[in-house]
Write a protein that binds this ligand. Structure first.
Ligand SMILES: CC(C)(COP(=O)(O)OP(=O)(O)OC[C@H]1O[C@@H](n2cnc3c(N)ncnc32)[C@H](O)[C@@H]1OP(=O)(O)O)[C@@H](O)C(=O)NCCC(=O)NCCS
Length: 173
């Protein structure tokens, strides 16, 4: 059964809860350093936290990016996490939906994600074949390179993705 959470912008004091969340959601990967760097880069990153009974149970990050030479505003979704006990209750989908509302309002024309197509496909993401990832992706993960366009012009954007410093690490791709 789905759970309704209240979703608000992530604030600095969420940091302790975020550490626990990412540790519990990702057992074989430490994404907390990335989350911390993104949280400190407010100029380029937008984050949402989902709360249930006052506890932080889910989180999503969106970072500004573009595909050179195009100047069209794009956003890279990730990372995102939901506490294991709360997974499969619609929280992740709600966070994506709320994130899209914000992106559209702020003039972003396309969101990009590198993740499981079975999950992100449910929110409208499809395979991205015009924009090249910032770093090389292993062949078996290519179906995970996806996007969703919010405008017609964005569908035609091509080029290599340019990412902010926290994302400039081959091991994240
Ligand atoms: C991926 C994640 C953020 C999804 O959040 P969530 O709140 O569980 O998502 P929802 O409840 O909105 O999921 C909707 C559906 O997608 C399914 N789903 C979730 N993760 C999936 C995955 N990796 N592969 C396939 N299906 C998935 C759920 O089973 C659910 O299906 P159902 O409604 O038919 O039961 C969460 O499961 C999670 O934190 N996983 C571990 C960390 C992770 O992989 N993060 C994403 C990569 S950055």
């Amino acid at each position: 059964m789905n759970i309704k959470t209240s979703i608000r912008e992530t604030i600095q004091s969420d940091i302790t809860s975020l550490k626990i969340l990412y540790k519990k959601a990702f057992t074989d990967e430490d994404l907390f350093p990335l989350v911390t760097e993104l949280l400190n880069d407010k100029q380029n990153t937008f984050m949402l936290s989902a709360l249930h009974d006052g506890d932080l149970v889910g989180h999503i990050a969106f970072t500004k990016c573009h595909a050179k030479p195009s100047e069209i505003a794009l956003s890279l979704l990730g990372p995102m996490a939901v506490l294991p006990l709360y997974q499969g209750k619609g929280i992740g989908t709600d966070l994506i939906k709320e994130g899209f509302n914000h992106l559209k309002k702020s003039g972003v024309e396309k969101a990009i994600v590198f993740g499981d197509p079975n999950f992100y496909g449910r929110s409208g993401f499809t395979i991205e074949s015009n924009i090249e990832p910032a770093y090389s992706i292993a062949e078996e993960y290519i179906p995970g390179w996806q996007s969703i366009s919010f405008s017609n012009t964005a569908s035609a954007v091509s080029g290599k993705l340019q990412v902010t410093r926290p994302w400039q690490r081959q091991d994240l791709w």
